[in-house]
Design a protein around this ligand. Sequence first.
Ligand code: NAD
Length: 263
Amino acid sequence: MQVSIIGLGQVGGETFKAIELARVPGVTCVGIDIDGFTRKAYREEGYAVTEKAPASDVYIVAVYTTQQVFDVLRALDLARKPLVSLESTLDPQEFPALRAWAKDTSTDLVTCPHRFNPNDPPHHVFNLDRIIGGVTGQALERGTEFYAKYMAHKSLLHPYSFEVAALAKVAENAYRFMEIALAQELKRMSDSAGIDFTELRDAMNTKWNVKVLEARNGVGGKCLPKDMTLLAEFAKNKSLFELFLFLNEMYTAEQKEASVAKP
Ligand SMILES: NC(=O)c1ccc[n+]([C@@H]2O[C@H](COP(=O)([O-])OP(=O)(O)OC[C@H]3O[C@@H](n4cnc5c(N)ncnc54)[C@H](O)[C@@H]3O)[C@@H](O)[C@H]2O)c1
């Protein structure tokens, strides 16, 4: 079975290495990236990498944007009737177009989004709860069968429809964004009232169903703000999501100003 991992960034690179490390009998794996420096780095570590994917039985796509996902899909060699798994986080507005691509090309398309936690290497790729969604029952069955070869335990793989699995990824990151932004707002409020936020948070968290997060320097990084924006653009009622994005911008700017002002 020929497996191609396309997009060797933080997510695709870890997946590529984990699949190579697993050495499942009968599986040959190659990594693909359009970036020459990335290919060189992997080659120097002894991995098989190319610029263009060979005809494959399984393609795993882990490029950054949904536009890049479409670029990759259009260039795939589908001669082997492959399973295509999108591990990239997908723009919900593009779900119908992705489904249409699968239908038009008669391809078994699944999404198995990542929940990569950079601070927890033992649970980076296959040893954590993952969701998987297929555009058809057949696609889901093929996808589940493939991932089951690698998951630490089959029960870690949770099957849904394509749209539910893909939207869950965006919504869970947006949820996290809002949890952090809410803590930040509570901190702003208590700071302006001369009340210690750490104490306030401790007090609130003594309640059995409350878990206020820490407020640090603002929600940043590659994924949470991007996915929050994707959800805001998808939602008919955008006001709540846009408000949280705005509040986070304000809080982040204030934190930056405060750190510059500090001697
Ligand atoms: N980084 C995380 O912690 C994380 C966690 C969960 C989900 N995700 C999602 O996973 C996806 C990938 O994230 P990432 O952080 O690995 O991105 P990244 O930018 O680190 O890596 C993407 C890679 O894809 C390559 N690429 C782009 N277009 C290509 C093409 N046409 N053909 C081949 N290679 C191409 C780029 O050169 C790059 O190396 C995103 O959708 C992201 O939202 C990321």
